[in-house]
Design a protein around this ligand. Sequence first.
Ligand code: DLZ
Length: 159
Amino acid sequence: MATTNLSGQTAKSFKSLAKKRFAIVVSEWNDSVTEALYSGAYQTLRDYGVPKDHIIRRNVPGSFELSLGAQYMAEKKDIDAVICLGCVIQGETRHFEFICNAVADGITNVGLKFNKPVIFGVLTPDTQQQALDRAGGKHGNKGDEAAVTAIKMLGEFTS
Ligand code: DLZ
């Protein structure tokens, strides 16, 4: 399956990004994957010129909690964009569907409620290997892509 891979975009510093503040909300479930997503997102923001102290990390227990974690951060006036990172792996029960649907809807609603970019950086693979392939593996790093998406939504890539 083709995977859109933005990881290879040329990193350039944008002066205006030095003033932007990003929250990254990270799910602790499947943490070998979500830590890799976080590293990718953090490094991409840094590569584009976001200062270290303008990147605020918060953890939540699982992906289901990402929406509320995102809301806590999006309601802060000094946060310009929120990046949500999680990994829900298909299991034998319907838990997967409930979590994926809830977090997709929840994150969408937070962005609309606060009129800010709230980025869906949640992997929903069938297997752990598929997740690792997308967290710094052969399909790139979706954490990088989530950071690029946040920057795009702030207008930094528009001409
Ligand atoms: C319970 C659960 C399960 C079975 N699987 C995952 C998963 O693959 N990825 C993930 O991020 N979280 C999982 N969780 C935890 C839920 O997201 C949530 O933390 C709990 O249901 C408590 O609300």
